[in-house]
Design a protein around this ligand. Structure first.
Ligand SMILES: [Zn+2]
Ligand SMILES: [Zn+2]
Length: 351
């Protein structure tokens, strides 16, 4: 058996892909962690980058290479996205985190070992692991097939050790197959921001030709604009400043509304109102102001939590039969669909 020694842990800031717009999104991927390894057959241990305690810094520590349980697989990590949500682990902002903990939920790698009961994956198969880290199969929600809403669902890199490591162990149900054409460093962002907005839009009730408006063009939003266009919606991007227009158009927006100038609600209503507003900028005030830009039966869909509560005037919701809703990520199969759709329709994380 060949084991790997991780000689250096390098955050390759040269591959930052949304840092320039992180202030708009503020909640999703901003860099790619690149693990550099050296083959060393005599060395049976591996290294992980863990957080030892709430508020602690990253520590590079040596561990035994973990073995998968009967229904688990071991993934040899090739790349892991760095996400703002990793701060939940670093600063202890997620209830019940047990330390030490290895963060990282935007994982690309290969199946390295299979548990005895795993039949659906093969060794060396390319896979991704995302935010949804598994489900129990036995709670009432699982029994209804709604695995994302499992009462015992796990989050990768929070409830169990994630991808800031050479190897990680995960339930076989939480693994997505990766299409051959996608390089490892592109996979990570799809496993978090990508699946969240892809899955939000495809389940939103909007139909081809409907107006879908995306607020914010950061980690989530830049995917949102691309998916809205590729899914056949009249695509509106809404960002701050005229400078963002060129980016919005490049991502496929038919229309760009600068929220710093002009009346965004009036502009939306000129298009008949938005069937869906996907609010990816975690700014409560900006989100609340858009309710009146919805079409009848429109929905304001929020996949990233603003820091402040929303204050929503109810009269327009009642008059237009509109609604405000959250959206929660998706399962590994949703991630796999995201990867496949993105490959087929040329959607990419922004370089
Ligand atoms: Zn993430
Ligand atoms: Zn369950």
């Amino acid at each position: 058996m060949v084991s790997l020694e991780q000689e250096t842990l390098k955050i390759d800031w040269g591959t930052i892909w949304v840092s320039s717009v992180a202030d708009i999104c503020g909640s999703h991927s901003s860099a790619v962690l690149v693990l550099t390894r050296k083959e060393n057959p005599s060395f049976m241990k591996t290294k992980v980058a863990q957080i030892g305690k709430s508020g602690g810094n990253f520590e590079l520590v040596e561990r035994e290479i973990p073995e998968p349980g009967p229904r688990q697989v071991r993934v040899k990590v090739e790349a892991c996205g760095v996400c703002h949500s990793d701060v939940f682990v670093k600063d202890g902002l997620w209830p019940g985190i047990q330390y030490p903990r290895v963060p990282g939920h935007e994982i690309a790698g290969r199946i390295d070992a299979l548990g005895s009961d795993v039949t659906q994956w093969k060794r060396e198969q390319r896979v991704g692991v995302g935010w949804h880290g598994g489900h129990c199969f036995v709670c009432d929600r699982c029994r209804r097939g709604d695995f994302a809403m499992c009462v015992n669902r796990k989050v990768t890199g929070i409830d169990f050790d994630g991808g800031y490591a050479d190897y990680m162990i995960v339930g076989a149900e939480a693994v997505a197959a990766v299409p051959d054409e996608l390089p490892p460093e592109e996979v990570g962002p799809f496993m978090c921001a990508g699946v969240t907005v892809y899955n939000a839009l495809r389940n939103s009730g909007a139909r081809g030709g409907d107006v879908v408006a995306v607020l914010g063009i950061g980690g989530l939003g830049h995917f949102g604009v691309q998916y809205a266009r590729k899914m056949g919606f009249v695509t509106v991007a809404m960002g701050r400043g005229a400078d963002t227009q060129a980016l919005a158009k490049k991502l496929g927006a038919h229309h760009y509304f600068d929220t710093n100038s002009g009346d965004t609600v009036a502009n939306l209503q000129k298009l008949g109102g938005a069937r869906i507003i996907l609010a990816t900028a975690p700014n409560a005030k900006a989100i609340s102001a858009l309710v009146e830009g919805l079409s009848p039966d429109g929905k304001l869909l929020i996949p990233a939590a603003p820091d402040e509560p929303l204050i929503i005037p109810m009269a327009p919701l009642i008059a237009g039969r509109t609604s405000v809703a959250g959206w929660y990520s998706g399962t590994a199969k949703d991630s796999q669909d995201t990867l496949e759709f993105s490959g087929l329709s040329d959607v990419h994380p922004m370089g």
